[in-house]
Design a protein around this ligand. Structure first.
Ligand code: GLY
Ligand code: MN
Ligand code: MN
Length: 436
């Protein structure tokens, strides 16, 4: 990432802060078991402003500070530790490679930070995210308060930095869109590979392995979220991640998986028949979900409000369920009674970006916000007819279908970033027929 772009982002934050100081820690490292850590992934807000990839780092922005406005606390170089853990940027690297105006060893933060808080009115901070860090910040503030008799003033205003940062992150800039396109491209290859590889008798985790193979090959450090590889009845479990069941002839397989590239997520779902040929019932329900998805994507354009794609998808889904005699009544009546909810219990999309369920408000002053160019949303309607669904003929049972794409709002409409993954009945069956 161009260091100038990051500098611009930090300036934009500082302009909006109107004084005070901003403190942004990266994510803590977490233990997985005994002495094994979970793979480290930086905090999204921190990374958005710094692109600093190492753990144990804190960025501080001090607008107007004569000796430099951007301070970075990070791990010092350490020859011995680096033999085991790899190279660190160190203090010099933080300045030279990451553009910090000033850098300090993270081990000195307890000595340095209280000084920065002296006579500073306002602290901007992503409060409540990391409890350990909240406690440390309060300890630093208390240290300054203890000096009040010497005339030093402690901060008296704490502002949630979310408002500034998350509004910025909602509008993706060209360099972010490039990364999201890469994430989608890698994920598309993975979904296509999974479709080609799928055979009855395989285990869900074998298909997951095909996905991970393409993610890694495409340069993704990790999936953006745990992949869902759900065959048969499991396709009706929304957050199924065990991925350990066997796939059977005649069942559907629902895959919800996306790669993360440089901390930007893809989030893509496709549903296809394990044996490569949709049954009559699977076809009928699939066509309904696809029609709902296409109609919803058509509503993703500037000027429409956030909920329009969802409202459209719900109407198309209900009409489909009426046509198939799964529901009875009128569209408006069924919406009013929420009678579709046993089969469609989630919303049609969410913001997508550095976090899979990305930041950004959905309402402004209590009304759905208008869609604007640069926003990225998923569009992911589905239908899930679980076994034993009341009043539904058993031929529909255990069919869970979701179709999810990642959609960028452009000036005059939208671009489907994940369009390379087939989603019509014909295109899916054709790709599956190719085999591995
Ligand atoms: N993969 C999570 C979601 O679709 O929201
Ligand atoms: Mn999603
Ligand atoms: Mn998803």
């Amino acid at each position: 990432m161009d260091i100038k772009i990051l500098e611009k982002r930090r300036h934009e934050v500082m302009e909006q802060m109107a004084g005070g100081i901003a403190i942004i820690p990266t994510a803590p490292t977490r233990m997985r078991n005994r002495d094994v850590e979970f793979p480290f992934r930086p905090d999204s807000d921190f990374y958005y402003l710094t692109h600093f990839p190492e753990p144990q780092a804190v960025a501080v922005l001090v607008p107007g500070r004569a000796q430099g406005e951007y301070l970075l606390f990070c791990r010092d170089r350490n020859v011995e530790k680096e033999i085991w853990e790899g190279q660190r940027a160190g203090i010099a690297g933080a300045r030279e490679r990451y553009g910090a105006d000033d850098a300090f060893p993270i081990d000195d933060i307890d000595d340095v930070l209280p000084g920065l808080l002296e006579n500073c009115e306002k602290v901007h901070y992503t409060m409540g995210r990391y409890q350990e860090f909240d406690a440390r910040l309060m300890a630093w503030v208390n240290e300054v308060r203890d000096k009040s008799r010497t005339g030093i003033k402690a901060p008296n205003e704490f502002v949630d930095l979310h408002h500034i940062l998350h509004e910025m992150r909602l509008y993706k800039r060209p360099e972010e869109i490039r990364l999201m396109k890469r994430a989608c491209k890698v994920s598309a290859r993975a979904h296509k590979r999974a479709m080609r590889a799928c055979r009855a008798g395989m285990a869900e985790y074998e298909i997951e392995a095909e996905l991970i193979y393409e993610f890694k090959k495409g340069g993704s450090a990790a999936p953006a979220y745990p992949p869902i590889v759900a065959g048969g009845a499991n396709s009706c479990i929304l957050h199924y991640t065990r991925n350990d069941a066997q796939l059977h002839d005649g069942e559907l397989l629902l895959i919800d998986a996306g790669a993360e590239i440089d901390c930007y997520a893809a989030d893509i779902t496709r549903t296809f028949p394990v044996n490569g040929k949709f049954s009559g019932e699977q076809k009928a329900l699939y066509e309904v979900v696809l029609a709902a998805q296409l109609a919803a994507i058509d509503q993703v354009r500037p000027g429409n409000h956030w909920n329009q794609p969802h409202e459209t998808a719900v109407r198309v889904l209900i009409q489909g369920l009426l046509d198939l005699d799964i529901l009875y009544g009128t569209i408006d009546g069924l919406i009013e009674q929420e009678a579709y909810k046993p089969f469609y219990m989630h919303r049609t999309g969410h913001w997508l970006g550095m976090d899979v369920h990305d930041v950004g408000d959905y309402k402004v002053e209590d009304v759905w916000r208008l869609l604007e160019a640069g926003m990225v949303t998923t569009v992911e309607p589905g239908l899930y007819i679980a076994e034993g669904s009341n009043g539904v003929d058993r031929r529909w049972w255990n069919i869970g279908i979701r179709i999810e794409d990642d959609v960028l709002l452009t000036r005059d409409g939208n671009e489907v970033l994940s369009r390379e993954v087939p989603k019509t009945l014909h295109d899916i069956e054709a790709l599956m027929a190719e085999g591995k």
